[in-house]
Design a protein around this ligand. Sequence first.
Ligand code: NDP
Length: 293
Amino acid sequence: MSEGVLERTPGGAILLDGNRLRDETVARLRGEIEAAGSPAVCLATVLVGSDKPSQIYVRMKHRKAEEAGLISRGVELPESATQAEVEEQVAALVADPTVHGILVQLPLPAHLDAEPVLAMLPPEKDVDGLTERSLGRLVRDLPGHVPCTPLGVMRLIERYGIETSGRRAVVVGRSTLVGLPQVLLLGRKGCDATVTLAHSRTTDLIEVCRQADIIVAAAGQAHMIGPDHVRPGAAVLDVGVSRTSDGIVGDVDFDQVQAVAGAITPMPGGTGPMTIGCLLENTVAAARMLGAF
Ligand code: NDP
């Protein structure tokens, strides 16, 4: 991105604008589908129960899918759905050749087991990249879908030209949804960062983080990363989402950290929109893998 169009925070950090990059991604995918003669590319979502945030996320995914020229199909099941009912719906989507990507919105209600449901998804249709086979392909550096949130972080890093080769990165959080795949993506050949994985048992987190040129915060602890954690000029990418009495906040204390960082994601408007952008990117890739165009 040329210097002229970079937006900066009051403290001078480059704003890593996820809404903008998501919109660019939507427009690019729409162009690719239209250039191929507008084949029907279909994303199916499975939503079980009435968890409000999950309903909002799914609605947003459908809206952006349609903007990108995809067809979206939503399967909704009540909170009382049984394991067998959920699996029956997923099996139908797996068998349907007109469906290219399947996303099972997590978490499922507490009485359901997500593992056997995820295990039903073939790697080609697993656009969330969370199944054993997709994560195994990532570990083995084989082609496949990469989990959307850490992929979105990588897309921001690429788009804003943040150097990774030989640089030190710290990922705070070690979930299979975000932290672990993030470590693999930053450290793999071609990206070539030297990566440290921090978690709740890490001692001296401030010292560990201060070594980093890139910090990815994915712990889900409101404002846990402050200016003391950040080496001047470092890039700080905030994945965390915490609901507090002050509203929804990230892991990074944006107001304080933007004065020290060289680049920073806003919250909201940083990694969240890119999670959706990468879901759509994965769905278009799935359609290609499945021969839709
Ligand atoms: P998990 O709860 O599964 O994992 C949190 C991780 O953070 C754990 O590894 C935990 O360590 C670590 N951790 C917790 N507290 C601390 C601490 N004080 N210091 C250091 N490490 C800590 O969460 P997820 O990975 O699923 O999600 C992380 C956050 O990202 C959440 O806020 C979630 O809402 C958000 N999220 C945002 C998305 C987006 O699109 N922006 C998408 C997905 C998630 P340990 O393993 O030792 O317990």
